[in-house]
Write a protein that binds this ligand. Structure first.
Ligand code: AMP
Length: 190
């Protein structure tokens, strides 16, 4: 099973991905987490990513595609995979399609979390207080919303056009409530 969890910043992708990982025994792969861990370790990729992330911009497609390509070679993704935060551009989606096709795999579903923008900003500012992420400032949040609307939203159309199942899930409510909706949607697909 290969799934993608998709949605704007603050829609609860990370939280839901952890719950899906536990329930469906898939490997959760978050590109944001990979970049934050590179940043913490002070690697060259990490230093470049920190600069870009702090401004709320996206890291360049070739860099993130290379990271995902390498990660997908590891054996732990064979039993199942949930991508979180990737792909974020149509170029990334096309690169992923070609990586998967070459190894005879395909995307089974996309879970798209739907949350109104005013609630997203409220959640991100709350997270800033709790986790201190450098990109949860008002300015970076505005930029990330802009990137999402101009680049990332088109990724959903890419999958719809290709006939991949896209499940739109109401992302408003307690994490467990939202997860119930996701569990039901994933179950429907099997
Ligand atoms: P996230 O944890 O998914 O919200 O990602 C945090 C930040 O990491 C984003 O705002 C981007 O700067 C960067 N990032 C994560 N995933 C990607 C991606 N697929 N493409 C480009 N930038 C990314």
């Amino acid at each position: 099973m290969i799934g993608i969890i998709f949605g704007p910043p603050g829609s609860g992708k990370g939280t839901q991905a952890s719950l899906i990982e536990r329930e469906f025994h898939v490997t959760h792969l978050s590109t944001g987490e990979i970049l934050r861990s590179e940043a913490k370790r002070g690697t060259a990729i990490g230093r470049e990513a920190t600069r870009v992330m702090t401004m709320g911009d996206l890291v360049p497609d070739p860099l993130i595609i290379r990271i995902v390509q390498n990660r997908l070679r590891r054996p732990d993704v064979r039993s199942g995979l949930l991508l979180d935060g990737f792909p974020r551009t149509v170029e990334q989606a096309e690169a992923l399609d070609s990586i998967l096709t070459k190894t005879g795999r395909q995307i089974d579903f996309v879970i798209a979390l739907d949350v109104p923008e005013n609630l997203l900003v409220e959640r991100l500012l709350k997270r800033a207080g709790e986790q201190g992420r450098t990109d949860d400032t008002r300015k970076a949040i505005a930029e990330r919303m802009h990137e999402y609307k101009t680049l990332t939203a088109a990724v959903l159309d890419h999958y719809r056009r290709r006939g991949v199942r896209v499940e739109e899930i109401d992302g408003v409510g307690a994490p467990e409530t939202v997860f119930e909706r996701i569990r039901e949607a994933i179950g429907r697909e099997n």
